[in-house]
Every structure is written in C-alpha cells, then in structure tokens.
Design a protein. Structure first.
Length: 705
C-alpha cells in the first residue's frame, strides 16, 4: 500500500513538473454571405478536446472570461444584434463565483450577424473566449477573422483584388479557414530559425503593435540546445507544502477542540475490542486513514473546482487578494476569542447518529467525519491559511499535497495512542496552554493577511502598503505577540481561564523574547536594511520612499526595448529578470543573491539589468496586437501581459523568477536560463558564462569589462 501511494504521488508530481503548453480548442472562422442580400453572418466554430469547456456569453465581469465579439476595423459593414451562442449550452451554479455559469463541451458555435452598407467592405474582428478543464484554465484567447471585398448586395458576385478590380468568387463562397496554424515540430523549428520577425505583427500606422524586430523573435530551441540551467523546484515546493501541512496538522491537534477528544476516542476503540486488541488497533488505524481521506479529498476538491491556472490568474487580482486578506483577519479575530466559527450543530448530530446506527468501516468513517465537523471552529483558520498558500503556489497538485500533510499529522496521535495506550499517561492535560496557542496563531494569521493585501497593492500600484508601511505593521504585530507571551498583554480568554495573575511558563517567555527580537531585527528595514528573513513576504525595496541603503541592486530599466537600446549603446549584455509583484521566490533571490557583493558588482558594472513584472496591471497606452505560437492574434492591454507574452513567446517559459542573459545586438541567449536557486556561486558562474560568450562574440574593449 505504501509503495502504491508513493508511486501515485511521484507520478502526479512528474505530471506537474513536465506540464506543457496546451491547445485544447480548435476554431474555424467563416463569413456566410448570400448573393443579392445585404445580410451575412460571422461564424466562429469550435471543436473542444475532451475534458475541456469554453464559456458562453453574458456572464458579466464578475464571472470567468466570457465569449465576446470585438471589432478591430469595420468599414462598409455594421453589426446586427449581439453575439449568439449555439450548441449544447450547459448551465451550472458555481460556488466560487456565486453565479450560474454557462459553457460548452466538445463543440460550440458563436454567430454574429452583420449587414453590408456599401458596395465594398473591409472587416477585421475577433472572438475572445476563456477555456478551462477540471485542473487548468487558459488565459483569454482570441480568434481573428479578416475579410475584404465587394458586398454581395452589389449584385456582382465578385470580390475585390489588391489592384482594385473584381474577380468571381470561388465555388466555396464561405471563405472558411482554420484559425490555428501548423504546430508540427518542423514548422515550429522553421519559425524559430526565421529571425525576420514574421511571428510579430507589423506595426500599424498608429504604432499600437509590437515593433517588427528580431529582439522579440523566439529563441526556445537555442535555450534547449544550450541546456536549460534552471533548476525546477516543483519537487522541492511540493515537499515544502507537505511539511507546511504537517506542521499545520500538529498545531490543529493541540487545539482545545481536538486534544481532549484523543483520550476518549482511543479509549472507545480499546473498549470496543477488549477481547481482540488487534481489532481495536485496526479500527484506530482505519479511523486515522479516514481522517486522511476526508482532508485529502478536500484538497483535491479545491484543485478540481478552481484549477491552478485559474488561481494563478486570480493571485494578483485585487478583489481576490482583498478577500483573502479579510478572510485571514476574520480567522485571526476568531483565534483572539472575539467570536467562534461553528457549523450548525445538527450536522454533527446527524452524522454521529448515522455512525451509531451503522457498523463496520462505514461507522468508523462517519466517526472521523464527525470529528471534522466538531473541530471546525479551531481547525478552519489553519486549514484556510494552508489552502490559501497551496492554492496560489502555482502547482495544481499543491492543495492535495498540503491537505495530505495536514491530515497525516492530525491522524497520527489517534493511531499512535491506540497502538501504545500507555503513552496517554505521559501526554499533557488540556488547559490554558491551548488558549495561548490559539492567540499566538491569531497573530501569525494577522501577519500573513498583510501579505495578500500587499500583492494587490503592488499589482495595481496603489502604494498604500509600501515596504516601510508593511514592516511597521509587522513590527507592531510581533511586538504585541512578544508582549503577550511575556505576560504583559492579556486577552479576555486568559482572564476567563484565570491566568491574569499567574506567571507565564518559561517556554512562553522564551518565545516572547524571540518575537520581540524579530521585531527589533525588522526595525532597520524602515531605513532600507535588506531584512532577508522577511524578504519573501515584504514588498521589494524599490517601493520604499526613504532608503539609506546604497548596496541594494535595483533594475535600471523596467522596459525591455529601452534596456536593449541602452545595452547596445554601452556594449554590455542584458540580464532579463522576469519577475512578479506577488512572486515570493523573486523577493528571496533579490535579498539572498543580488545583495552578495560579488553579484551586486557584476550586475551594476557589467550588465544592463531589466526587471519585467508579468503581473503589472498598469494599462498600456494603447492595446498591442501580437501573434502567438499557433498563429492566432492576441490583444495585450496591460504592461504585465506584454512581458508575460515576451517570456512565453521568446523563451518558452511562464514561471518566475526567470533569468536569461541575451546579446543586445541579436536578441539571442548567451547562457542557459536560470530560475530560483539561492546558490550564490552558481549564480556567479551563470553571469560569468554569459559574459565570456558575449565578449567572444563582440570582442568588447576592456573598458566594458
């Protein structure tokens, strides 16, 4: 059983690590005209891979990406009515969005009626849609249709040619064409080898498209040939989430709604099988396994409902992050004793009654389910924080792994005490220490809540929670936590327990001193100190208004094309840093690696450093039109979308942090790419390898070295 479980976990991890770009929806576009009639139809027909679905129209801004008709250019034509979906439309209420969702599976058709108003017409439009399966969601995708010619209403049955004359229409007057280009390996290789920037849309007269330049041409194959130097940390991330879940489970065991239940539950199993101790142990193990199954199912349910890509897209959404902030604050206040989170008592009573009425393994499972319901008041904040952290980690397997760790830790004491009942005599009794633990966790939840508010603040540029404000709030929180553990601060629950006059235990005082020391450690950060211990949570140093630290490394540029132009003028290679405001590992790299004197010196003197934030919600002055790897047109409306497109289109990557050194003259990579890895020596070798290759290509003068 253990071997089978391990094999399944490893297989799921391998799937998560080796996930590839997906293309589950295949569209054709069609302009249906009728001879002698001014009315026509624009038809977008989709074939959808099994397991995927695309959303219908009329969902509103509060829902997922709905199908919508958009006009780029429409001369001699006008729309009639709205976009109409056709096919087997499925309607289902979604708890996450709190609304009824409409979507299609396997096939869908969207029709927009139009009317010709002139003898000739010029039409360019696109359908934007969202596609999801049970685990992933794709970003908003566009399908473009371009047509021009003579209107059938003119009665000539002809279409215009580039020289302005007319020629008869072909027998297939519907002008059907596939919306996706050939994606075979040969065609992809050819497109990568062609550096004439055919994959980039030529700039129109208004300049709202990406420039036609080799600097944006794909170099995916070159990076692969050089050997991808980035260390995939998916396995390590999952192990971290498993350990985090396990720690959360251990904390939940110590809550007052679970710890007192352990002796009673173990005693029940032992008395139930006095004549057969082995049966009692088996029942206890089945009880623990049932707890694991229940919480693991909860983690899988989160993944099934949302999918990691959906949560990643929402991770920098202001509404979503503010919701998480409020949720964690509510959990913290609950731990402080302001109120108690409870489920309806009838739920637990009903399940308990069924457990009593049934027998065998089903009764044991129902007993475990009763424990889950009864313990909701003090496990919900821990589970909530764990699910929030795992669901926004970027790995579809993360919620299940986190819940697995939590459930194993929660089930462990029930099983062990049943096998070794004598250990119960040595276990600590219930008491005021549980109240203390709840209050401590309340402070921790409050500190974590600020992280999510900070992500929304950074992504939208509100500047309400810059680094010094964030650190000031954390200093206050951990100072109060230290005061509480030292006995200087009391809560109502402590007074109810009669602890107001009792001295705090030595362990609490030591924890209080550690918390106060941590608060003092963060104080220099108000004036720009790195504070590496909190770099993963605090906003970047660049948001700080008053900074006395002149040793921090900040990117000179936040724009790719500006950095490339400056690098060509200075004769230096470019270090691209694809980052994100909500990227924890990006902050860790900046604090742990970039602040090293050797790395900092190289970044300042020998490179042009540019940071490109893929979650920057700043609107572009004008939308930009690009062509993706499948040949489809896309519109980029934010700065972050532009840099995200650059990373995926040029380098074939979509995770942050992502570092690559390129030649400003050719736009080609000079060394294998690199991801999150706090090995400073390895990062220096990465920089040196790029410098050596750049100097070998350009024979740069010594002044530039």
């Amino acid at each position: 059983m253990k071997r089978l479980t391990l094999t399944l976990v490893m297989a799921m991890m391998a799937l998560a690590i080796h996930a590839q770009m997906m293309d589950p929806v295949h569209f054709t576009t069609e302009l249906k005209t009728h001879d002698g009639s001014a009315d026509a139809e624009i038809v977008f027909s989709a074939t959808i891979d099994p397991g995927w679905h695309i959303y219908s129209t009329g969902l509103g801004q509060a829902g997922p990406v709905e199908a919508s008709f958009n006009v780029v250019r429409m001369e001699g034509v006008e729309t009639v009515g709205r976009l109409t979906p056709k096919g087997n439309e499925i309607k289902k209420f979604d708890e996450m969005f709190g609304m009824e969702l409409k979507y299609f599976e396997r096939a869908a058709t969207f029709v927009q009626k139009v009317r010709f108003t002139k003898a000739t017409y010029d039409l360019e439009c696109y359908l934007e849609y969202g596609a999801c399966n049970d685990q992933n969601c794709l970003p908003p995708t566009q399908v473009t249709l371009k047509r021009s010619g003579m209107s059938p209403a003119a009665g000539s049955g002809a279409k215009a040619t580039p020289d302005g004359t007319a020629q008869p229409l072909a027998p297939d007057a519907t002008h059907t064409r596939p919306a996706h280009a050939d994606t075979s390996a040969d065609s992809i290789a050819d497109s990568i080898a062609d550096t004439s920037a055919d994959s980039i849309v030529a700039p129109p007269a208004d300049g709202n498209s990406l420039a036609q330049t080799d600097m944006w041409a794909p170099v995916v194959e070159e990076l692969r040939a050089a050997g991808d130097g980035s260390d995939d940390i998916a396995g390590r991330s999952l192990l971290y989430l498993l350990l985090m879940g396990f720690v959360g489970g251990l904390l939940a065991v110590c809550m007052p709604c679970i710890w007192p239940i352990i002796p009673m539950t173990v005693s029940f199993f032992l008395k139930r099988a006095k004549a057969d101790k082995r049966k009692g142990m088996r029942d206890a193990m089945a009880y623990g396994l049932s707890i694991i199954v229940i919480y693991l199912s909860l983690g899988l349910l989160v993944t099934a409902i949302f999918g990691s890509d959906t949560l990643n897209a929402m991770s920098t959404n202001a509404v979503f992050n503010i919701f998480l902030f409020v949720l964690l604050v509510v959990f913290a206040l609950s731990f402080f004793g302001w109120f108690e989170l409870t489920l309806p008592g009838s739920w637990a009573d009903s399940v308990d009654t069924k457990a009593t009425a049934t027998g065998g393994l089903l009764s044991i499972f129902l007993m475990a389910f009763t424990l889950v319901l009864v313990s909701f008041s003090c496990t919900a904040p821990i589970i909530g924080l764990l699910l929030v952290e795992t669901a926004t980690s970027g790995n579809w397997l993360a919620p299940a792994v986190g819940m697995l760790g939590f459930a194993v830790a929660l089930a462990l004491p029930f099983t062990l005490f049943a096998i070794f009942p004598s250990w119960l005599k040595q276990a600590p009794k219930s008491g005021s220490w549980m109240t203390t633990l709840k209050v401590v966790l309340g402070f921790v939840e409050l500190a974590f809540a600020l992280k999510f508010l900070s992500v929304a603040d950074l992504a939208y540029g509100w500047h309400l929670l810059d680094r010094e404000v964030f650190l000031a709030l954390w200093i206050a929180i951990f100072t109060l936590l230290g005061s509480y553990l030292c006995g200087w601060l009391k809560f109502q629950a402590d007074i109810a327990e009669g602890q107001e006059a009792k001295p705090m235990p030595v362990l609490c005082i030591m924890g209080g001193l550690a918390s106060l020391a941590f608060a003092i450690y963060m104080l220099p950060g108000l004036w720009g100190a790195p504070c590496k211990a909190v770099s993963a949570f605090a906003p970047p140093v660049s948001t700080q208004d008053f900074n006395l630290n002149d040793k921090t490394v900040e990117a000179r540029f936040l724009d790719y094309d500006e950095a490339m132009a400056a690098a060509r003028a200075e004769g230096k290679p470019v270090l691209l840093d694809f980052s994100g405001y909500g990227c924890v590992n990006c902050r860790k790299m900046e604090a742990a690696v970039w602040t090293d004197p050797r790395v900092a010196d190289k970044l300042r003197r020998q490179f042009v450093l540019v940071s490109l934030f893929v979650d920057d919600k700043t609107p572009l002055p004008q939308p930009m039109e690009v062509t993706d790897a499948q040949g489809d047109s896309r519109r980029l409306t934010t700065v972050g979308a532009k840099w995200s497109y650059l990373q995926s289109h040029k380098f074939g990557a979509n995770a942050q942090p992502f570092y690559v050194i390129i030649d400003p003259g050719t736009g080609r990579p000079l060394a294998p790419s690199r991801a999150y890895d706090e090995d400073i020596d390895a990062y220096i070798n990465f920089l040196d390898s790029g410098l050596r290759r750049y100097r070998g290509r350009t024979h740069a003068p010594a002044a530039h070295r």
